[in-house]
Design a binder for this molecule. Structure first.
Ligand SMILES: N[C@@H](CCC(=O)N[C@@H](CS)C(=O)NCC(=O)O)C(=O)O
Length: 236
């Protein structure tokens, strides 16, 4: 396994996609530095950040010890998770093709469905300046469907993809951590809640989730332009 001597540089903001990377690096015990990219202040559009993230979104990394010992930058959280897991040979099976495919299926499910749709649910529940019942209801229904898929998968299973903790668990966990913003009560999804508590209890997960710019308030809040809060607030 590669022993990292120079830290990996993480371009980061304390969102689900950003936290996937700090959680994995903590799990791997790989040294890293954090460059905070305040997306609320549009810092994702600076030339320095655009050079590593052409889609102008966090997260991205720069690894000074990339392939052949030369630097490499990687954008897209799924690509970063796969790169780091392959490089350090952990949290992603390295030989059994069926197990690799299972991890990739659930990682892609998170990247293609669980993240993007829950991001929309969060946006219309809290961030949009106007309260749009059609959009709130549409994404609330999709959120319930996706959490139900996860519930079904985790019933009688300890981890999402295979019989071990993998990058698929990390990717999905970081989104479930924001279930209140999706108007989801984990009490309605007991297998998801049990898995969530299992993953949350890992010390590396707690450390990775706690990376936040000093002074930044990460608590969910309703756009102040909105007159009223969503009619049903979730609790768990
Ligand atoms: N598919 C991308 C999505 C990244 C993404 O949505 N990043 C958000 C924060 S979680 C962002 O940078 N938003 C700022 C913007 O879009 O301008 C990934 O997984 O890396």
């Amino acid at each position: 396994m590669h022993i990292q001597t120079s830290p990996v540089e993480v371009f980061y903001w304390s969102t689900p996609n950003g936290r996937k990377i700090t959680v994995l690096l903590e799990e791997l015990a790989v040294p890293y530095t954090v460059d905070f990219v305040d997306i609320g202040k549009r810092e994702q559009w600076t030339p320095e950040f655009s050079a590593v993230s052409p889609n102008h979104q966090i997260p991205a990394i720069r690894d000074p010890e990339g392939p052949g010992g030369n630097p490499i930058s990687v954008f897209e959280s799924g690509a970063i998770l796969l790169y780091l897991a392959r490089k350090f040979g952990r949290f992603y099976p390295d030989s059994d093709e069926r197990r690799r495919v299972a991890v990739e299926e659930w990682l892609m499910w998170q990247m293609g469905s669980f993240g993007p749709f829950l991001g929309q649910a969060h946006h219309f529940n809290l961030a949009a300046a106007d309260e749009i019942p059609y959009a709130i209801d549409r994404y609330a229904a999709i959120a319930r469907r996706l959490y139900a898929v996860l519930e079904e998968r985790l019933t009688r299973r300890e981890f999402v993809a295979i019989d071990a903790y993998t990058i698929a668990d990390i990717a999905i966990f970081c989104w479930v951590a924001r279930h209140e913003r999706h108007r989801i009560a984990l009490a309605d999804y007991p297998a998801v809640r049990a898995w969530f508590e299992r993953v949350a209890a890992r010390p590396a997960v707690a450390r990775g989730m706690a990376v936040i710019k000093a002074g930044h308030d990460d608590r969910p809040r309703l756009n102040p332009a909105r007159a009223t809060a969503p009619s049903t607030a979730a609790s768990s």
